[in-house]
Design a binder for this molecule. Structure first.
Ligand code: ARG
Ligand code: ZN
Length: 860
């Protein structure tokens, strides 16, 4: 029996097999007698037969055994089919009552009801509700919830659930109870409750139509002072969604709870968002500027789900990008509106390229609307989220902002209260926005990053731009159809630095098309895919001189950044091939950017950064991690030396500032640490002292961690002292200690792998906390040279962690598998080691389907 379970491949769920539910559950009442070791859950379901059939009611469960089952008040025998409870019912409508016992304290998967730091909380998306009680656990079954909780008053003084509070009281024996009701029908993945000793940062927001909403951000008392930034972001988000999308909040209360143990970022449960504490807690001493931005972005994301996800939810999990792609696009727009839109776009594209492009070109590639899965948790991917957002962004570009808004209004009006599909969204875009998106729909069905080759010819006063597109083969999709690619394009005059025409939105729809530009009297320089208007790679063949020119003169900030990146990439790729590169063009371009007074510092800080080693690797057929590292470090050194005066000026210029959270101050800090890194790369004798002075003098975590990173990458005597000081100062703050692990995991030194192996044995390393696992193991997989050490010890380290973690937390374990799936891109020796590592995972007895799916597909 055990063997059969270990070897039988998990069932594959297919999109084409979708059938509407056999039974609906318009109302559910839940009664929780909460206890960390034994919680009694009593549920009362009003069930209604859906359509004309005689199939029984099948309630999903996961590890549950009924304590009692009653149908219309009469106790009944029960039957389990696997994990599901099968209830034959004679009529069209019945009341089904089930009681079960669960043990939150023993729930290490962090799905369902679990304990974290003394509190009890839930995570149900995607299929965690079935670990709490028996239920048709699918997003197209929408119910009105009423929830009663009873618990020990001292241990769990605060009791929260979805919707609005309706009553509370004393239960005697030191216990108390509370009742909450959510008037909006919702799928069970949006159910939530929290019980614990929490305090709230309270505020309020008055909506567009004048309704007052009570806001609460709930944390442990010690963290209360770190919640103001999240509260500010929440109120800004509420106002922004009214102004930009006409979306108003709909309950009397909105609560957020921060928990320390969480499998991902945060969860949009109706009226009760639950967050990984790293996306709530922020103060200058413990959070970097990037952390502040992430807090605001995730608070906005979860809040925006109230409409894009909750009021309109997904019919089935193949439609996940309906809510995630759209909501990521919305949170990106929000963040762009708060500060520098250009820098935000650069960051979003960097994320897409680092996380989604490799996925799209590897064995786990899937369209934003997948066709099949074994475990849906594995499909909360950069493709569904980030490429999904790019697809919405392209529709926004094609329709323009006004027609896009008309289309989203129509979408929300048409599908409010429903479980919708991606197709419903596209139809709303067509009907409300007045466009034909027939061919555009291929973005939902075809995986792979399209490649565009651009050729620009000039003769007389005519320029001809010929564009060819191809979508590479991906697993299960050998042949691809041409896509609709919206490419914002402009031509510049390389001599006078002026534009030669207005910007055009080119729609490339054929495999090959030529676009004509008239009245072009001088040799044009091509600026294409401006703002990264399509998530594609574009080969332009522009030479170093043209790229340097655009990096200094393009009027689209993203295109400027992109030209610089391309110049750097070309230089590095050539250096890897030839052993030694010509760094002159990059140095001059960086010098120009650094000395341009019109540029904002945050932009400069981004523009002068070299592409990551992993991204350089993405450009090559066979990745040579050591050669890439050498080439990149050599370019860093030359940039550091050639521009040492400029770097010192940039570093000193931001020196005396006192902490302030504003776009200008953030930009200054960004550039300051980038400059420090280059001063160190130059090998300056005083670099370590400069870094140490920044480290000890910092009044904020951005400067402190930036300095620590510089020291950690070097070999001065101050290195150990800084690591030790940082550790001692923050050993009781888990989120900051995560940074201590990550900084070492990302070290550029030769001994990074040895350091990581030692840190795995550190008393503060634990598999029980997902943030800590990601801080060490997850971060290390991004250290291309360290992780891909030729002897395979990096792979061995990762496999050990995956296998051990899988026994307690399959979801988080499965997230660590994909880096091993890049084996096709490496030399034969490494590829063999990587495949052996995947093989060791797949052959582990008792593997979860989460990890099995990722590892077996990665071998593919
Ligand atoms: N819906 C949540 C969000 O986008 C994430 C849920 C992730 N669930 C999962 N099984 N990975 O914020
Ligand atoms: Zn989301």
């Amino acid at each position: 029996m055990l063997d059969a379970q270990a070897t039988a491949a998990p069932a594959v769920i297919r999109r084409e097999d979708y059938r509407p539910p056999d039974w609906l559950v318009p109302d559910i009442a839940l009664d929780f007698r909460l206890d960390s070791m034994r919680t009694r859950v009593a549920s009362r379901l009003q069930v209604v037969r859906n359509g004309d059939h005689d199939r029984p009611l099948v309630l999903d469960g996961d590890g549950l055994t009924p304590v009692a089952l009653r149908i219309d008040g009469v106790a009944t025998d029960w039957r389990l089919d696997g994990d599901a409870l099968v209830v034959p019912l004679p009529g069209g409508a019945h009341v089904v009552e089930v009681e079960v016992d669960i043990a939150p304290e023993l729930n290490t998967q962090l799905m369902g009801l679990y304990a974290s730091g003394g509190l009890l909380c839930t995570q149900c998306e995607a299929e965690g509700f079935r670990r709490i009680t028996f239920f048709p656990d699918r997003p197209d079954v929408l119910s009105r919830y009423s929830v009663r909780m009873e618990a020990d008053k001292a241990r769990y003084p605060v009791l929260l659930a979805n919707g609005d509070p309706v009553a509370a009281g004393d239960a005697g024996d030191g216990r108390h109870w509370a009742e909450w009701r959510d008037p909006f029908p919702k799928p069970c993945y949006l159910f939530a409750l929290v019980a614990g000793d929490l305090v709230a940062n309270r505020d309020s927001f008055t909506t567009l139509s004048g309704r007052k909403v009570d806001l609460g951000i709930w944390v442990r008392a010690a963290d209360l002072s770190k919640t103001d930034h999240a509260m500010t972001a929440l109120k800004l988000s509420m106002a922004w969604d009214e102004a930009v999308y006409g979306r108003e909040y709909d309950l009397d209360v909105f609560n957020i709870v921060a928990v320390a143990d969480f499998n991902f970022g945060a969860m949009e449960n109706k009226g009760l968002n639950i967050f990984n504490s790293r996306y709530i807690l922020a103060d200058p001493d413990t959070a970097t500027d990037a952390d502040y931005d992430a807090v605001a972005g995730v608070v906005a994301h979860e809040y925006f789900h109230n409409w894009s996800g909750n009021r309109v939810t997904c019919r089935d999990w193949f439609q996940l990008s309906l809510k995630e792609g759209f909501t990521v696009f919305r949170d990106q727009q929000f963040s762009a509106d708060q500060g520098s839109a250009a820098v935000k776009r650069i960051e979003d594209v960097r994320t897409l390229r680092a996380a989604q492009f490799p996925e799209d070109s590897g064995p786990l590639a899937h369209p934003i609307r997948p066709e099949s899965y074994m475990e849906i948790s594995n499909f909360y991917t950069a493709t569904i989220y980030n490429k999904g957002a790019e697809v919405i962004r392209m529709m926004h570009a094609i329709l323009g902002p006004e027609r896009f808004r008309a289309a989203t209004d129509l979408y929300f009006a048409r599908h409010d209260g429903e479980a919708a599909t991606c197709e419903d969204f596209v139809v709303a875009m067509e009907d409300g926005g007045g466009a034909d998106l027939t061919q555009f729909r291929r973005w939902y069905s075809q995986a792979g990053t399209p490649r565009v080759v651009a050729t620009l010819d000039h003769e007389g006063t005519t320029a001809r731009l010929t564009l060819e597109q191809a979508v590479p083969a991906t697993p299960g999709q050998p042949d691809k159809q041409p896509m609709v690619l919206p490419l914002r394009t402009r031509l510049f005059c390389g001599e006078t630095s002026g534009p030669l025409c207005d910007e055009r939105l080119i729609l490339l729809t054929e495999p090959r098309q030529t676009f004509v530009f008239d009245d072009i009297a001088t040799r044009p320089v091509l600026s294409i895919n401006r703002g990264f208007s399509a998530p594609v790679t574009v080969e332009t063949g522009r030479d170093a001189a043209d790229l340097a020119f655009l990096s200094a003169h393009d009027d689209d900030p993203f295109a400027r950044y992109e030209a610089m990146q391309q110049l750097m990439l070309d230089t590095l790729v050539a250096a890897v091939a030839e052993g030694r590169g010509d760094h002159g063009a990059v140095i001059e371009a960086v010098r120009n950017t650094l000395s341009d007074p019109a540029l904002d510092k945050a932009f400069v800080g981004e523009a002068v950064l070299l592409p990551s080693e992993a991204f350089v690797g993405e450009q090559m057929l066979v990745v040579d991690p050591d050669a890439i590292h050498r080439a990149r470090e050599a370019l860093r050194t030359d940039l550091g030396k050639a521009l040492e005066g400029e770097w010192r000026a940039a570093h000193a210029g931001a020196q005396a500032n006192r902490f302030e959270y504003s776009p200008a101050a953030k930009g200054a800090r960004r550039l300051k640490t980038v400059a420090l890194g280059y001063i160190a790369a130059a090998g300056a004798a005083d670099a370590a002292e400069l870094a140490h002075a920044q480290f000890t003098g910092a009044d904020n975590m951005t400067d402190r961690q930036g300095a620590l990173t510089t020291l950690v990458n070097g070999d001065s005597a101050l290195r150990e002292a800084a690591l030790e000081a940082f550790y001692r100062r923050y050993r009781d703050n888990a989120l900051v200690l995560d940074k201590w692990f990550t900084t070492q995991a990302l070290s550029t030194r030769d001994d990074a792998l040895d350091a990581v192996l030692a840190l795995e044995k550190h008393p503060d390393f634990t598999l029980a906390n997902p943030n800590r696992v990601r801080a060490l193991a997850g971060a290390f997989t991004a250290n291309q040279r360290g992780f891909h050490a030729a002897d395979g010890r990096g792979y061995g380290f990762l496999v050990d962690i995956i296998v051990a973690l899988d026994r307690i937390n399959p979801q988080t374990a499965a997230k660590l598998v994909p880096p091993l799936g890049r084996w096709r891109r490496f030399d034969e020796a490494r590829a063999t080691l990587m495949r052996a590592a995947l093989g060791r995972i797949v052959e582990t007895p008792g593997l979860s389907k989460d990890v099995f799916e990722q590892a077996s597909k990665s071998l593919g």
